[in-house]
Each structure stands twice: as C-alpha cells, then as structure tokens.
Write a protein that binds this ligand. Sequence first.
Ligand SMILES: [Zn+2]
Length: 91
Amino acid sequence: MTPTQALMDELHFAMRGMQLHLPKGVAEDLLRARFHNYEPRIGRLRSERYACPKCFLREGEKYPLQPTPGTDEYDLLACPACSNEYVIPFE
Ligand SMILES: [Zn+2]
C-alpha cells in the first residue's frame, strides 16, 4: 500500500474523534501533548508504517497498523494491540 493523503486524513480524523472520548486515568495535559505530537507515519519520512492513533493517545506507544484485506473501494488497517480498524478509501 502506498501512503496517501486519504490515509493520513483518516488517522488524523480518528485521533480527533478520540479526543472527545479521552481515556480515564491519564493526565489531561499529557493527553493533549500526545494529541498534538501525533504523527501517523512511523520513523523515516518515506516509511510505510503507520501508528495506531488510539494506542498512541492511550499509551504513548506507536503500534504499527497492519494491512488487512479490504475491498475495491477501500483498504483496511488493523491495530495489533487494540484491534481497532481504520478504513482508508482509495483516492
Ligand atoms: Zn491500537
């Protein structure tokens, strides 16, 4: 899968959605810092690995999302840690 703007948009969108349901027990200022520091791509500029926004927000860890079979219209990425799935529409 090639990096696309749709993918980046989806992960940022998911992150914004999760900010509305902040996990309990994590300091609010820490969550805010993670939210602002979230960068979907892991590692090098041309890396094709992407971090789960949910896990990053909750734990500060970057779990690489795994491509799973999608359809003709979208790709699916699943998190190995929390099983959250992200739908990435084709451009
Ligand atoms: Zn996750």
